[in-house]
Design a protein around this ligand. Structure first.
Ligand code: NAP
Ligand code: MG
Length: 510
């Protein structure tokens, strides 16, 4: 079969005005870290992008102290409406700089520009707009009148949706009145540092948001710092376990968003071509580096052969290559370490007896790449059906009855997401009720909205992000009425900066 040839349509990097080196963003300023600087590279070309500071113990301490000061003297004293104005301002600046942010994200992470441009960055802005709206309505969050922030939030995020995970963490924390120290992943710090520039543009008071870069050790130092009140982590289940152990027995509140092995269940009455698109979107979106990916296809036996044939033919049309090309469907794998993991888990699948098929893609000579791959003849005991591969690899299982589909879908240590494809609304409701997954999509997959809570069961973590529930991760019930903070003391100024100056003169009652 011959396909249309696409002329290259690369997005220009000229829009980016990057510095060759980035410091840590602490107390409103970029400063050099005391750890060993490292480089962030493009995973599609292996070219260096910028040199990044590394925060050591002393830097982590300085960042947490800045966040503490800012919490005590500025942010927690502000009227919610004023906090909201800052968040609205950030949201608008993200929209204004969206093209630049999309290019930076795709360059640093390897994801296709059409995803960063049409999914990641619009959702980042949406998250800030959404929580900006909540900032002066916390009394309606479900914790009674005048709920209180925790204080300083330590936030550690992964590399798969760098700026979006930052937004999921920072927007609700700030809306609730907490201050933040955030550590992006070592391989994708760029957009978090551009976000620090956006904070400067937004005239954000110093210390409210601090961005510290570094590898896992910097994250460990941050979550273990004695002066943080709240730890929010998104990443692997193994590191999540370590963090849970580290904070147990301390005063710190914890939310964990961890891995997944989502089931995408296709019944024989499903609209089959739509289901094929949904399966592709479920597992090949963002190279499968998606915690809630539909990495297990559970298909009714009667349509298995037809569906797999259509799926293979659809995968053969996906274009793998330059993430900055607007025609690219599959970008680069984020790091050599992740590529090795995907290769090792895929080889294990073959050794265990599953049948491997990969799309016939031309792999670029440099960079980290893996073709869209399907495993058929998979049983629930195979490692490709159990372990999170976090790459463009789909494992296919079959079922005969709805009960069997549900049992297979729930047969996993994870519980983050699931999908159901069927023509019958009643079946959607009945099956969704039985699935132990935090989010269940029906006749679609991988859809996100800031008003919708997201999070897992079992080894996928605990706590929710998004929606009203996402606020509860950053708030506690209000003080007794006699000690209630009077927001009337802090005027709702048209100028947040003026309001801060006034607020500095206002004594907090609590
Ligand atoms: P990871 O290795 O757990 O890393 C996540 C973050 O934690 C990174 O910033 C990492 O730093 C840091 N880190 C590593 N070791 C640490 C430690 N001992 N203490 C504190 N921080 C530490 O996970 P990943 O491989 O980057 O991300 C992939 C995982 O994230 C997948 O399992 C995926 O399912 C999960 N994920 C979950 C969600 C969700 O919402 N449930 C969303 C996205 C991703 P460095 O990277 O700099 O080493
Ligand atoms: Mg990078």
């Amino acid at each position: 079969m011959t396909f249309l040839e696409y002329a290259p349509a690369p997005e220009s990097k000229a829009i980016l005005k990057l510095k060759p080196e980035y410091g840590l963003f602490i107390d409103g300023k970029f400063i050099s870290g005391h750890g060993k600087p490292f480089q962030t590279i493009s995973p599609s070309t292996e070219d260096p992008i910028a040199t990044i500071s590394c925060a050591n113990e002393q830097d982590v301490d300085v960042a947490v102290s800045a966040a503490r000061r800012s919490y005590e003297h500025i942010w927690s004293r502000l009227n919610g409406a004023v906090r909201g104005k800052y968040l609205f301002r950030i949201a608008r600046l993200i929209q204004e700089r969206s093209r630049e942010l999309a290019v930076a994200e795709s360059w640093d992470n390897g994801k296709p520009i059409k995803e960063s441009r049409d999914v990641d960055i619009p959702l980042v802005a949406a998250w800030f707009f959404y929580y900006a709206g909540w900032a002066d309505k916390l009394d309606y969050a479900g914790l009674g009148a005048d709920p209180q922030p925790f204080g300083v939030a330590a936030q550690v995020i992964p590399w798969n949706f760098p700026l979006l995970m930052l937004a999921w963490k920072i927007a609700p924390a700030l809306a609730a009145g907490n201050t933040v120290v955030l550590k992006p992943a070592e391989t994708t710090p760029l957009t978090a540092l551009l976000f620090a520039e956006i904070l400067e543009q937004a005239d954000m008071p110093p210390g409210v948001v601090n961005i510290i870069t570094g590898a896992g050790e910097t994250g460990r130092l941050l979550v273990n710092h004695p002066d943080v009140n709240k730890v929010a982590f998104t990443g692997s289940t193994a590191v999540g376990r370590e963090i849970a152990r580290a904070v147990s027995g301390t005063h710190k509140k914890l939310t964990l968003e961890l891995g997944g092995k989502g089931a995408n269940i296709v019944f024989e009455d499903a609209p089959i071509d739509q289901a094929v698109e949904g399966i592709v979107n479920g597992i090949f979106f963002n190279q499968g580096h998606v915690c809630c990916a539909g990495s297990r296809l559970i298909v009714q036996e009667s349509i298995h052969d037809d569906l797999i044939e259509r799926l293979k033919s659809r995968l053969s049309t996906l274009r793998l290559g330059d993430p900055l090309d607007k025609n690219t469907d599959i970008g680069a794998i984020n790091s050599p370490a992740q590529l090795e993991r995907i290769k090792a888990l895929s080889s294990a699948g073959e050794v265990e007896g599953a049948t491997r098929w990969s799309a016939d893609c031309v792999m670029p000579a440099k960079g980290f790449w893996f073709p869209p791959t399907i495993f058929t003849n998979v049983s629930t005991s195979h490692s490709v059906a159990r372990d999170e591969i976090f790459g463009p690899v789909l494992s296919v299982l079959t079922f005969r009855t709805p009960a069997e589909a549900i049992a297979k879908a729930n047969n996993t240590p994870y519980g983050l997401s699931a999908g159901i494809w069927t023509d019958k609304g009643s079946r959607i409701l009945a099956v969704a009720d039985e699935l132990r997954a935090g989010v269940v999509w029906a006749n679609t997959f991988n859809r996100f909205d800031p008003s919708s809570p997201f999070g897992g069961y079992k080894e996928s973590g605990y706590g929710r992000e998004g929606g009203r529930h996402g606020l509860l991760a950053y708030l506690k019930s209000g003080a007794p009425a006699t000690f209630k903070r009077s927001e009337k003391q802090v005027p709702t100024s048209a100028s947040p900066v003026k309001a801060i100056r006034r607020s500095r003169m206002t004594k907090r009652v609590v």
